[in-house]
Design a protein around this ligand. Sequence first.
Ligand code: ADP
Ligand code: MG
Length: 555
Amino acid sequence: MLFRSLTFFCGAALMFSSGYSIDKAATQPPNILMIYIPILMTRVFGIGRPVFKYLERLVSHNWVLHVTSDLRKKLYDALEADSDPLSENYQTGSLLSLLAEDLGHLQNLYLRTIFPAITSYFFCLIVIIALGWFNLLFGLTILLLMLVELVVVPLFSVSLETARRAKQKALKSDLYANYTDQVLGAGVWKIADRKADFLNYTTETSKEMRSSHHKSNRFDWSRDFLLEVVFGLMAVALLYFTNKLLTGNQAQANFVGAIVLALFPMSDAIIPVSQGFEESTTYKDSVVRLNNLHHSKKELTNQVDLAPKDLKNISLENIKFTYKNEVNPIIKDFSLEIKRGEKVALIGPSGSGKTTILDLLLGDLQIDQGSISINGNDISSLQQNRSKLFSVLNQDTFLFNTTVYANLKMANPDVTDARIWEVLEQVQLKELFETLPEGLNTVVQEAGARFSGGQKQRLALARVLLQDTPIILLDEPTVGLDPLTEQKLLDLIFDALSDKTIFWITHHLQGIKYIDQVIFLKDGAVEMQGSPKELYQTNDHFKSLYLMDQGLLAQ
Ligand code: ADP
Ligand code: MG
């Protein structure tokens, strides 16, 4: 604030001393030295102004970044606490970026609204006191005009623009949603041959948005114009009073031009205040959101340390589950007993709740009724070391955009290079990486673009093998692969994981020969259950499904 005031001061003093030099020079002083000092001052203030301005930026930005960096830390702590497996508050990446953006807004609020306003008020107060001391009426006139500039107009701006900006924000989010719809659904519109409708879809909203922005711009322009006019009035008042008070003699008259000129740089201190006030409404939402961010670190209590080698059985008993904000339970009554080393398949149509059961088993979601336990320990008591018990292979394996080596090592940092090669041989990727020029240092590229679907899943399987947990959860890992690749991957999976306990979610019967127990899920409950062999012999429905899947039965 000091630096900012000094910047304004230098600006005013610069104009003052130049004005004085001009006035003085006009009176043709007998000695050049008479105007030498004012000229020197002009230089000093001329340099001082940018220097102080720079220092002010440096100090205020440093302060704000410091404050917001603490806030950022708080934000990530809060999010991290909420992402623990027992938490209900799922935070998504989009929320994270929204909150990060909020901090950016907070930064702007300080730099563009709060700091300038405080300094301007302070600076103007000093100027008014100085003038009032000089001449009371003069001081009061300027005070009145300053009040208009610094209080009336900013408040008016805020009240008028708040509603408009809120509307613009709503329109903008509408537009985003519509555009996304349009882009994602472009194919559908095209097939339906409805080009005109497609184009009209967002036109109305865009129009409304444009007109609102237009109004905002016009308002900004009129407001700035008004501010300049009031400012002009100040200049007139200044001229009037200086003329009245400073025309006693030649020496005083020299100051007239100087003082009036000194006023102009002060507009830098005054005009941005209204702008800042108006913008502050844009940041209000952000401030509210940040304030609501509570730090809710949930401790995991009563954790049991179950050694992976001691696994005996997994048991789901009469579980019921309803998604938050939903009325009907998605899982109504489901029970399942998995013994150590058993291979179990859960089959059901898409959307029947298979992945939901997996999330419940992992402890990411909590059941309404029933129980889920391992060796008799409730699943919530096993969260601390759950990565030692479970590994998951699902349909969209994520490979990070780094080397294959780093992607594999992620599963288990303690693993040796020899073990990595051994596992790669198991998943039949050893040859590939031996022939690639950069071997394991080959970069995966974004979302694994470099590898085929089958290769990606084999890399994911390698990760699972390196993680070496007793329980493997497979969530439709072969979706999107052609039948031949699918069969090869399934052979590979069940061969490499023959000693593990496997819970496999699938929607058809390919690979069913590896399975000890099949469960059909329908309407949130078990429809049929048993070993494939039993079911084949006793259940006609299963038999026809099986034959259909083998291509032996025409539908
Ligand atoms: P599956 O894996 O069998 O295809 P899911 O378990 O993924 O099915 O989903 C089952 C049903 O639950 C679907 O109808 C889905 O729309 C719904 N569902 C999934 N996640 C949520 C959620 N977070 N909130 C509400 N409903 C959900
Ligand atoms: Mg699913």
